[in-house]
Design a protein around this ligand. Structure first.
Ligand code: MUC
Ligand code: MG
Length: 368
């Protein structure tokens, strides 16, 4: 049934250094999975992560070796199973590896949707919207540069919501940086911050109070991944939205966070969830628990970005929009036709499957 399963590492410089509490990126390594079936269908998936092992538990290199050593032989041994049955077998035989699982599931769903001549979103229950709002992340590390970058994004109608990466400087310095940007951009522009788990609970209490008073709209992952107690207390203590990102690793942790009231918003990421189906399940748990949704990114290229958009387009409540700007942070594209960003949103294609066409020559030139 499956003729080949290939993993390609594609290295692309970023348009500027992207500074986060967990890593500074000058390039991004896209991890692309290409699955070819014996009857001629090709499906694509992506398992990109951030900063090697700086962010998650899988690195580009570990994804490649695990797919080649374990996933590919297993997939090739399976005959006549649908995507759900295939994943039942994969989950029984392979622990963890959420990013690799997500990439493979994306490629299989891409193929299945192409077989049905439907956009991938229709295989996941159907899209509610034809485009999703996309914010921009300011992470140059310099307040003046960030303000200029934001003003240009607003003027060109690319983005009008901004997320600021903080957590690598002392709390007071970070607060001054954020509030200077908030003041320069004005009351109508929504500003959120991502601490990437850098604060202790006491630092979080000081920082969040000042940011809430200064008109910031949301605080993302202030404390450590495991510190659900702190997340619960902060969510209870403040009016400002507290969002779980790294602590949210799929349906199981979504259920536990929801049960503990440890977040008011979920940053859903397809790879962190372990697949598009699992990301949809996270969305359902949030809906039942009254938790708002935000569409997150692992700074993927166009494949992972479009896979995410296909899922997020099916969410009834996408109260905080998305951050599907990954391809815009890269200096080079790998598609024949670039993704369509317009009027502050990413437009979903109507073509079957993921609805994008990869440029194999461009990919070959950028391969490691
Ligand atoms: C994260 O933690 O949210 C998403 C956007 C960005 O700039 O970094 C990522 C990771
Ligand atoms: Mg985050």
């Amino acid at each position: 049934m499956y003729k080949s399963i290939e993993t390609l590492l594609v290295e692309i410089p970023t348009i500027r250094p992207h500074k986060m509490a967990v890593a500074t990126m000058q390039t991004q390594t896209l991890v692309l999975i290409k699955i070819t079936t014996e009857d001629g269908f090709i499906g694509w998936g992506e398992a990109t992560t951030i900063g090697g092992l700086g962010y998650g538990e899988e690195s580009p290199e570990s994804v490649k070796i695990n797919i080649e050593t374990y996933f590919a032989p297993l997939l090739k041994s399976l005959k006549g199973l649908n995507v759900a049955q295939t994943f039942q077998v994969i989950k029984k035989n392979i622990n963890g590896n959420r990013f690799a699982k997500c990439a493979i599931q994306t490629a299989l769903l891409d193929i299945q949707a192409q077989r049905l001549s439907l956009p991938l979103s229709e295989v996941l229950g159907g899209r509610i919207r034809n485009s999703v709002p996309v914010l921009w992340v300011l992470a140059s590390g310099d307040t003046t540069k960030d303000i200029a970058e934001a003003q240009q994004m607003i003027a060109t109608k690319r983005h009008n919501i901004f997320k600021l990466k903080i957590g690598s400087r002392p709390v007071q310095e970070d607060v001054e940086h954020v509030l200077a940007i908030k003041k320069a951009l004005g009351a109508d522009i929504s500003i959120r911050v991502d601490v990437n788990r850098a604060w202790s609970e006491l630092e979080a209490i000081k920082g969040i109070q000042a940011l809430q008073d200064g008109g910031v709209d949301l605080i993302e992952q202030p404390c450590a991944i495991e510190n659900i107690d702190a997340m619960q207390r902060l969510t209870h203590r403040f009016d400002i939205a507290i969002m779980a990102d790294e602590s949210l690793m799929g349906p199981d942790s979504a259920y536990r966070l929801a049960k503990r009231n440890a977040a008011s918003v979920f940053a859903v990421k397809v790879a962190q969830s372990g697949g598009l189906v699992e990301a949809s399940e996270v969305g359902k748990i949030a809906k039942l628990a009254g938790i708002d949704l935000y569409g997150g990114t692992m700074l993927e290229g166009p494949v992972g970005t479009m896979a995410s958009a296909q899922v997020f387009s099916t969410f009834h409540n996408l109260a905080y929009g998305t951050e599907l700007f990954g391809p815009l942070l890269l200096t080079k594209d790998i598609l024949k036709t670039p993704l369509q960003y317009q009027d502050f949103e990413l437009v979903l294609p109507t073509a079957p499957g993921l609805g994008i066409e990869l440029d194999l020559d461009k990919i070959e030139n950028l391969r490691r």
